[in-house]
Ligand binder design. Structure first.
Ligand code: TXA
Ligand code: MG
Length: 343
């Protein structure tokens, strides 16, 4: 199969919509990360997603809609708290877990009786959904176990020959996947942190919980509320360690570990902030220390770069785990197997 990459245009969106409507897969831009889209109501099309990604069948997909009116047929009910979150944060980087209706094929929900719904901010994504005439099921468009793609090029690297088209809408602005919020109970629970932060949810609803597995590895026998938590994610080939503490201590500890690694014949690299001085050691930028959003936007690209350059040790600066920083630390933590040195 030839994989075409086409910049977003009315013609390209129309072509992508025809592919979706005929049961094919399309790589699509969203404001969070690129998705691998298929008609969510077509079980055979949805199964192709799992094949192309190499994704375990028990990990459910998010269903994307282009407007609120498309949601009622997909769910059994919309709790009051969910309505308030929709009003506050959609279109945007938030997925709500809701009780699913019979219209959602069980391949999408992986047998659960809930479904994740998202109304993305990306205009190209919404235009594609509307033109396809169906909701679009889309996981991140990476091969399972790789970092989520934040550019069309990343999607091409992972999906060349596996899908017929990638819509190129430029780099994803948020850079980490949507916040996944279970809105089925009394108090909403953040299962995966993202661009809509616990602080933002708390302002709207007065109460929010963050699942305990957001900042800790799973132990054997732990029960997970979101199947995605079970799977190893975003792990670069390099041995990855995070350093957390006061900036000067962190810089000193990273430099000394770097030098020791190099002396031992390793190929180390630093994921660090622009303002910090690491001498002439190899550094992949996480942007400005004052703007954690830049770390979010750059992290997945940086993890891919580590592998491309054949780095064997990655030493990462932590960010403060508040606001979008919680999402950054969750993804970085998983890449590092939560190997965090406090200095
Ligand atoms: O930003 C995003 O959410 C991107 C873009 C393309 O929209 N999509 C994305 O999908 O990240 P995916 O499949 O890579 O991650 C979805 C996560 C998984 O961890 C999955 O287990 C969880 O959401 N999830 C999906 N449906 C769920 C459900 N019904 N209950 C609990 N967790 C669910
Ligand atoms: Mg994913």
């Amino acid at each position: 199969m030839i994989t075409q990459v086409k910049p977003v245009s009315p013609e390209a969106i129309a072509e992508a919509a025809r592919l979706i409507a005929s049961g094919e897969l399309v790589g699509m831009p969203t404001e969070t990360v690129y998705g691998l889209g298929a008609n969510a109501l077509d079980e055979a099309a949805v199964k192709k997603i799992f094949e192309a990604k190499g994704r375990p069948g028990d990990n459910p997909l998010i269903v994307h809609v282009s407007c609120l009116a498309e949601i009622p047929p997909l769910v059994r009910e919309i709790p009051e708290s969910a309505k308030r979150l929709m009003e506050a944060f959609w279109p945007g980087p938030m997925t709500l877990i809701l009780p699913k209706s019979d219209k959602i094929p069980s391949a999408v929900s992986a047998g659960l009786d809930t479904v994740g719904i998202r109304l993305p901010a990306s205009e190209a994504a919404r235009a594609l959904i509307a033109a396809s005439g169906c909701p679009i099921a889309a996981p991140s468009a990476n091969r399972s176990g790789k970092p989520s793609p934040t550019t069309a090029q990343h999607v091409f690297e992972d999906m060349d020959g596996r899908i017929s088209m990638i819509l190129d809408g430029g780099a994803s602005e948020v850079g980490v996947e949507s916040s996944v919020i279970d809105a089925t109970g009394e108090v909403p629970v953040i299962l995966r942190p993202g661009g809509i932060t616990p602080e933002m949810v708390e302002k709207v609803l007065g109460d929010v919980r963050v699942d305990e597995h957001v900042m800790s590895p799973l132990a054997e026998g732990d029960i997970v509320r979101s199947p995605g938590m079970k799977y190893k994610h975003y792990a670069p080939k390099a041995k990855t360690v995070i350093y957390d503490g006061a900036a000067e201590e962190v810089i000193r500890a990273i430099c000394s570990r770097y030098d020791a690694a190099e002396a031992a014949g390793e190929k180390p690299a630093i994921l660090g902030f622009d303002e910090h001085d690491f001498g002439n050691r190899t550094r992949i930028s996480l942007g400005s220390v004052r703007r954690p959003q830049e770390a979010a936007a750059r992290l997945f690209g940086a993890l891919r770069e580590l592998d491309e350059r054949g780095e064997t040790v990655a030493l990462c600066e932590a960010v403060e785990a508040t606001g979008i920083g919680l999402a950054v630390m969750n993804r970085m933590g998983r890449a590092a197997g939560f190997d965090i040195e406090r200095v």
